[in-house]
Design a binder for this molecule. Sequence first.
Ligand SMILES: Nc1nc2c(ncn2[C@@H]2O[C@H](COP(=O)(O)OP(=O)(O)OP(=O)(O)O)[C@@H](O)[C@H]2O)c(=O)[nH]1
Ligand SMILES: [Mg+2]
Length: 379
Amino acid sequence: MVTHPQETTAPSRLGGTPEPGMPEAGMPALALAAILDAAMPLEPTPLPRQSLPRYSPPPQSGRSRDPADLFEAAQAGDKAAIGRLLSLVERGGDPARHVGELTFAASAGVQQVVGVTGAPGGGKSTLTDRLIAAARADGGQVGVLAVDPSSPFSGGAILGDRIRMQSHTLDDGVFIRSMATRGHLGGLALAAPEAIRVLAAVGMSRVIVETVGVGQVEVEVADATDTTLVVVTPGWGDSVQASKAGLLEVADIFVINKAERDGAAETRRDLDNMLDLNPSMGAWRPPILLTTATTGEGVDAVWSAVIDHRAHLEVTGDLARRRERRLVEEMSRVLVHLLERDVRALEGGDHFEAVKVELLARRLDPYHAAARLLEAERR
Ligand SMILES: Nc1nc2c(ncn2[C@@H]2O[C@H](COP(=O)(O)OP(=O)(O)OP(=O)(O)O)[C@@H](O)[C@H]2O)c(=O)[nH]1
Ligand SMILES: [Mg+2]
């Protein structure tokens, strides 16, 4: 798949300008809840609109960029259109909100969203490549998102992901996409669920999300899935690292990849002991499976575990519960980001400066100073 430069380079907005399409900073906090899905113009004339404005695309030669057109084409199997929808999600703003609105209802029926996470270089992409084949053998289309928050979009890891998964480039039922989220409000934790919904809504019955599990946000991305595979490699430090990164809590299945190397049995024992000590484990005890992804050894057992876990989720009602919990968490994250933006808008201007003078003169303590800023905002 070709990387279009325009898909990759939106700068981070987290500390800076408000994202187009999201409510303008400075709006009363209470008004925010009412306009969560509304969009605001770029220019600061902040009267919230109650419905999502249609995105008017710039004139294009031949190829439409209108989300509704793209969505229709994508549902009909046009892979370029799927790619463009994901680009819109990555960039954020009005078009992304529109894509989100279009795909939300249609994505609900996705059969299974599978996360593959773990330390860099553990063999996640190689394993994913094998899992794509297994999923295809089961029928249904497969969408893959390779999300790497730790390197620039053009970096080596993403390139590696593509090379590792290229055995499916000729398969019409497989869509593979690397993802950057520089322009998206809230970064990866918010962009990933939206991208997953795009793939689900255009007919992918299974979506596999590969992330490098190195920090909290990545764990959140991994947790945006129905079934999470944590990939470790033989070696004493790995399970401890996995534990530190919070990966143990999100694991539904452990894969010890590169199992042909020394130390696989010890790592298995180590993980087993950790599971024994885990007080929060429910009815599903994560299986610990050994693979050599490069040869495919052990991959069938991993796929069986993926299927078993899906069945377990269904039977216990956990599938619906997990999905509902994720949606509510996502809404909360959006809310937090909108409110943060609101708060940043309080940090400036005459009133802020006046309160600051009072604070620094020690006539107002920090709590009362903050309260005074909020009061002024609510008036
Ligand atoms: N010996 C051995 N090498 C493997 C195995 N699986 C993958 N590799 C190799 O390990 C390297 C990294 O594999 P990837 O699949 O790119 O690993 P990854 O976890 O996706 O890497 P990042 O996305 O960069 O974090 C490649 O050179 C693979 O060929 C395995 O089972 N055994
Ligand atoms: Mg990879």
